[in-house]
Design a protein around this ligand. Structure first.
Ligand code: ADP
Length: 430
C-alpha cells in the first residue's frame, strides 16, 4: 500500500500517476495536515494502516519530520512523485535545472528552445506541472510522450531523486536560501549538487553567487571524469550570444543575460543550438512576478518582482535597474516573512543616493535592523502602496523585490504580486 504525504499539486499528481500505473484506489491512502484535504490528517492514524509499505513524500514536507523519520527507521520506503515518474520514462531526453535563484526563468528559456525542436516538449517540475502529472497524462493517453523534458528541480525534490538521470544538469546559483529547513549551508548546497552528480554534462552560471566556487571545489574532489568538464558561463563568458543579441533580447536586466547565456549553452550541449532556437530565447519575454513591468501609473513605473525571496534576487533586481538607469529615483519595497535570511547582504544599497526604501510586513523591523538601511516602515503591502501615493513623483520607479516570503500576508508569491498590481491600480488609477 502507498501512502501519499501532502496533497498539494505534486501529491495529487502522484496519486493519479499511481492509478494510471494500475494501482487500485484501495491501495493508496493519503495524508495532509490540513483537515479535509486527504484521508488522514493525523499521522498516527495514517501510519496505523497495516499494509502501508511506501510513503510518497511531497517536496513541501521535510524528511526530518519526526513521524516520517520514525516510519523510515521502522522499515518503510520513502519515495517521491519524481522518483515514481522517472521510473516510467521511456526514451525522453532530460535536462534538469536547479539553483537558489534563476531556476524558473532558466527552465522556461530552455523550454522555449526545446519547443522549437519538439512541439511536445514538457517544461515543468517544480515550475507549474509536476513530472508525475506529465507521466499520468502520457499513460492515460491525454498527451503524447515528449522527446525532450526540462525540469526545474528544488533542493527538496532532489532529496528524494535516486533514479533521476539527466543529459544536461544546470546550476543557476548557490546562495543562502531556505535556511529554515536546512541545518547548514553545506547541507543545502549538497542537496542541490545532487543534480550535477546525476548529469552527463554540466552548465554552471559563473555569476550565480557561490555556484562556481562550490562547483570547482566539489568537482576537483570528485572521481567522476565528466565532472571535470563543467561549462562555466555567464553574459561575459559565452561564445553563443553576442552583445547585439543581448541588446535585442526581450528579457530585462544583466542577471537575465546570464540566464540567457546559461540556457544557450545548455541547448548547445543538448545538440540543439541553431538560429531558430536562438530566436526563441531572444523572444522570450519573461515570467510574471520576476522583474515584471506593470506599466506606468500617473507617470510612475511599477515593477513586480514578488518572486524575489533571496538576497541575491533583490540585489539582481536593483543591479538590473541601475544598469539601465544609474540616477533615476527608485523606491524599493522590502519585507514579508523572514526565513533566516542574511539581510545584512543588502547593506551595499546604502551607497545608492537615489534609492528610498519602504519596509513592510511581518519582518519589516527585523529586515531594517539587520540590513542597517534607513527607510520608512509600514504594517502591510497595502499600506505601503497607500504611503507611496503620497510620496512618489512622476518619473519615479517603484520596485517590489521584497526579499522575504509572501506567507505573512498572502497565499504565495503569485498572490502577493497580483495583490500588488491591484493595490497599485486602486490607488493610482483613481
Ligand atoms: P527561482 O525559480 O529559482 O526562484 P526565478 O527565475 O523564478 O528563480 O527568479 C526568482 C527571482 O530571482 C526573481 O526575482 C528574478 O528576477 C531573480 N533572478 C532570476 N534570475 C536570476 C539570476 N541569474 N541571478 C539573480 N537573481 C535572479
Amino acid at each position: 500500500m502507498f501512502g501519499v504525504v501532502g496533497m498539494g499539486l505534486s501529491g495529487v499528481a502522484a496519486r493519479d500517476l499511481l492509478l494510471a500505473m494500475g494501482e487500485s484506489p484501495s491501495s493508496i491512502v493519503t495524508f495532509d495536515s490540513r483537515p479535509g484535504k486527504a484521508d488522514f490528517s493525523d499521522p498516527k492514524a495514517f501510519l496505523k494502516q497495516n499494509a502501508l509499505k511506501t510513503l510518497v513524500v511531497s517536496p513541501g514536507v521535510p524528511l526530518s519530520t519526526p513521524w516520517i523519520r520514525q516510519a523510515f527507521d521502522a522499515g518503510m520506503t520513502l519515495t517521491s512523485e519524481l522518483e515514481i515518474a522517472c521510473a516510467c520514462l521511456e526514451g525522453e531526453r532530460l535536462v534538469g535545472v536547479t539553483g537558489s535563484v534563476g531556476k524558473s526563468t532558466t527552465t522556461s528559456l530552455i523550454g522555449a528552445g526545446l519547443q522549437v525542436v519538439d512541439q511536445d516538449a514538457f517544461v515543468g517540475g517544480n515550475l507549474g506541472v509536476p513530472l508525475a502529472r506529465y507521466m499520468a497524462d502520457v499513460l492515460t493517453h491525454i498527451r503524447p510522450r515528449a522527446r525532450w523534458v526540462v525540469l526545474e528541480l528544488s533542493s527538496y525534490q532532489l532529496e528524494l531523486a535516486q533514479n533521476l538521470s539527466v543529459e544536461v544538469g544546470v546550476l543557476t546559483s548557490l546562495q543562502p536560501n531556505h535556511m529554515e529547513r536546512y541545518s547548514s549551508l553545506n547541507e543545502y548546497y549538497r542537496a542541490k549538487w545532487h543534480l550535477m552528480e546525476v548529469a552527463s554534462k554540466h552548465v554552471v552560471n559563473i555569476e550565480g553567487a557561490d555556484a562556481a566556487s562550490y562547483a570547482k571545489r566539489v568537482s576537483l574532489k570528485s572521481k567522476k571524469s565528466n565532472l571535470k568538464r563543467i561549462c562555466f558561463v555567464s553574459r561575459k563568458q559565452n561564445t553563443l550570444l553576442t552583445q547585439s543579441d543581448f541588446a535585442g533580447a526581450r528579457l530585462m536586466g544583466s542577471h537575465n543575460k546570464d540566464n540567457l547565456a546559461v540556457a544557450a549553452k545548455t541547448l548547445q550541449l543538448a545538440g540543439l543550438w541553431d538560429d531558430s532556437v536562438k530566436t526563441a530565447l531572444l523572444d522570450f519575454s519573461g515570467l510574471p512576478h520576476r522583474f515584471q513591468s506593470l506599466g506606468r501609473f500617473q507617470g510612475v513605473h511599477f515593477i513586480n518582482d514578488s518572486k524575489a525571496t533571496a538576497m541575491g534576487s533583490v540585489l539582481a533586481a536593483w543591479n538590473a535597474f541601475r544598469d539601465d538607469f544609474p540616477q533615476k529615483p527608485l523606491w524599493l519595497l522590502l519585507g514579508g516573512r523572514d526565513k533566516n535570511l542574511p539581510w545584512n547582504e543588502l547593506k551595499i544599497l546604502k551607497s545608492d543616493k537615489h534609492l528610498q526604501i519602504v519596509f513592510f510586513g511581518e519582518c519589516a523591523s527585523l529586515a531594517q535592523s539587520q540590513s542597517k538601511l534607513t527607510g520608512l516602515s509600514v504594517r502591510s503591502l497595502k499600506d505601503c502602496v497607500s504611503l507611496l501615493k503620497e510620496k512618489v513623483r512622476s518619473g519615479d520607479t517603484v520596485l517590489l523585490s521584497p526579499g522575504g516570503t509572501s506567507l505573512d500576508e498572502f497565499q504565495n508569491f503569485e498572490d502577493r504580486g497580483l495583490c500588488f498590481e491591484r493595490f497599485v491600480k486602486e490607488e493610482f488609477e483613481s
